[in-house]
Design a protein. Structure first.
Length: 536
């Protein structure tokens, strides 16, 4: 199979468009405004706001362009070749106090695979009860192998490296990692085997697409699990042609020879992403496979989502520390400049988050200073830009589900849930960047109190509402259409303490879910206010 040549046109086109838009806005604003009354502190705050706006626009338009390209790309549903010499799969089911028999059974139920494949449970559980459940399952299914280790060094990366070191796979074997919340459709591995059969040796990673497990078990999953197909279907496909192909673990596979060449998974929390970067720096390529049939669970509660996002965010901070230390990314002559830029943009949500959080308060403070600020902060082009970006982003929602009610439920709730968590997630990123990550091995799946960063959650319950009060106070002094944006952020922060009520089926749960729609209404009012100011 011949791999398509990658082009940086999409990446640099989006970059130039974003930069040009900011330059036009700022040029008009500075030309129209009188900066004479501004103090040095206000000038510095204006510079920060302009830089923040540029970074947000870079990140937002970059991803919107990739989503647009993904929608128009071939689905890869062409006929598969006849599989005469199947590749051997080594399937590693990762368990860490979150064993789900259904996940392993879905691996056992794979069709038309032939012989020689191995299914191994890599059990890192600390709970004796969980270990007993795994032991009982393996006794009932003797074809399933079990590997445990004496410690948990390296966490998930260490678990994978230990298992592969024990079994010593052949270089041409393909390793499939299956987390405890994943389900494989019966023909998944057969289809994967057909896809990888003729791939060149230079391909080290195949990243497939994932879908959500249905039916949803909780109200939070019911509202937000649409995010899984939405992200996989619109974010990944175009990466194979225009950007950096990550390894996300779910729905993916990697060549054992590539794992050996890389010296195993790096011992960091974001081991999958670090592994993909290391392989790319060694000359291996990643490809996107759109024929995968894997389903995964969305976090089942507000606390579980807090746990997962904190883990991802602190892990990203730690990953930047790792990349600086290893220098395999910045100094690599194999990874193209466009791939490096795209890789940074994929990680950018966690970098942008603390910047955007701080900018809410800086912008609110500036807006309340005096009337001479408004021509700078709200240039005439801004309402049209915001409306275009909003409609552009919303237009992708039907790719996740054709049902309008489901789309509306996700759209009206997701922004509030994620904004309410954003201060804690921003803190987790900064902590990971400075001190390294604190690891939750279950990725936010279990309700085990021992794995919950309870101290961080209690602190967030105190400080997030305080930030909400501060944002609302700033918004009340703001004489700008953006007061509604600031109010939306403030209300989202105030709603953090009632987030754990989201799943309740009683009156309190209904009230909670209703309140989580209010910030979305504020953002709509902000757009209306922007247009009103432009017209009149």
């Amino acid at each position: 199979m011949k791999l398509p040549n990658k082009s940086g046109l999409l990446i640099w086109g989006a970059f130039l468009f974003s930069t040009g838009t900011v330059i036009v806005c700022l040029s008009y604003a500075v030309g129209e405004a009188n900066l004479a009354p501004a103090t040095p502190v206000e000038i510095a705050a204006l510079a920060w706001t302009g830089l923040s706006f540029l970074l947000l626009l870079w990140w937002g338009i970059h991803h919107l362009c990739f989503q647009t390209a993904s929608v128009f790309m071939d689905s890869g549903a062409e006929s598969l070749p006849v599989l005469r010499h199947p590749k051997r799969f080594v399937i590693l089911c990762m368990v860490c106090d979150d064993f789900d028999p259904a996940s392993v059974l879905s691996c056992l139920s794979q069709t038309d695979l032939g012989k020689g494949h191995r299914l191994i449970i890599c059990d890192d559980s600390e709970s004796e009860e969980e270990k007993s459940r795994v032991d009982s399952f393996c006794k009932e299914h003797p074809t399933v192998e079990l590997i445990r280790r004496g410690d948990r060094a390296g966490y998930k990366a260490g678990n994978i490296n230990h298992a592969l070191g024990v079994i010593e796979p052949a270089s041409d074997d393909w390793i499939v990692i299956v987390d405890a919340d994943e389900l494989l459709d019966p023909a998944h591995l057969w289809s994967l085997g057909c896809f990888i059969h003729d791939l060149p040796e230079s391909v080290g990673i195949v990243q497939g697409l994932s879908d959500r497990r249905l039916p949803a078990q909780t109200r939070l999953q019911e509202c937000l699990s649409l995010e899984i197909p939405l992200c996989f279907r619109t974010v990944l496909p175009s990466r194979g042609r225009f950007g950096f192909v990550p390894y996300l673990g779910h729905a993916g596979a990697f060549r054992a020879g590539a794992w050996k060449a890389a010296g195993g998974f790096p011992a960091v929390v974001s081991e999958d992403y670090a592994f993909a970067i290391r392989l790319r720096s060694l000359g291996f390529q990643g490809v996107v496979w759109q024929g995968s049939t894997v389903r995964e669970s969305y976090p089942n509660s507000f606390k579980a989502l807090f746990r997962r996002l904190s883990k991802f965010s602190s892990g990203t901070g730690e990953l930047f520390r790792y990349l600086k230390k290893e220098a395999t990314f910045s100094r690599s002559g194999v990874i193209t400049a466009s791939e490096k830029f795209d890789a940074l943009m994929q990680l950018g949500i966690y970098v942008i988050n603390p910047i955007a959080l701080l900018n809410v308060f800086v912008f609110g403070w500036l807006s309340g200073r005096s009337e001479w600020m408004n021509p700078i902060l709200v240039p005439p082009l801004l309402p049209y830009l915001f409306l275009t970006l909003t409609l552009w982003a919303v237009s992708f929602l039907p790719t996740g589900s054709p049902r309008f009610g489901e789309i509306f439920r996700y759209w009206s709730t997701a922004s509030t849930v994620y904004l309410s968590l954003s201060p804690a997630v921003a803190f987790a990123f900064v902590r990971g960047l400075i001190k390294g990550a604190r690891f939750d091995p279950t990725h936010g799946r279990t309700s085990n109190a021992a794995s919950l960063p309870a101290r961080e959650f209690r602190l967030a319950m105190i400080f997030t509402p305080i930030l909400g009060i501060g944002a609302l106070l700033l918004g009340s002094t703001c004489d700008s259409p953006f007061r509604w944006v600031i109010a939306g952020h403030g209300i989202s922060y105030l709603l953090f303490p009632i987030g754990p009520l989201f799943n309740r089926e009683d009156f309190l749960g209904s009230i909670c879910r209703g309140l989580f729609v209010i910030p979305t209404v504020c953002f709509i009012l902000a757009l209306v206010a922007l247009y009103s100011q432009t017209w009149y």
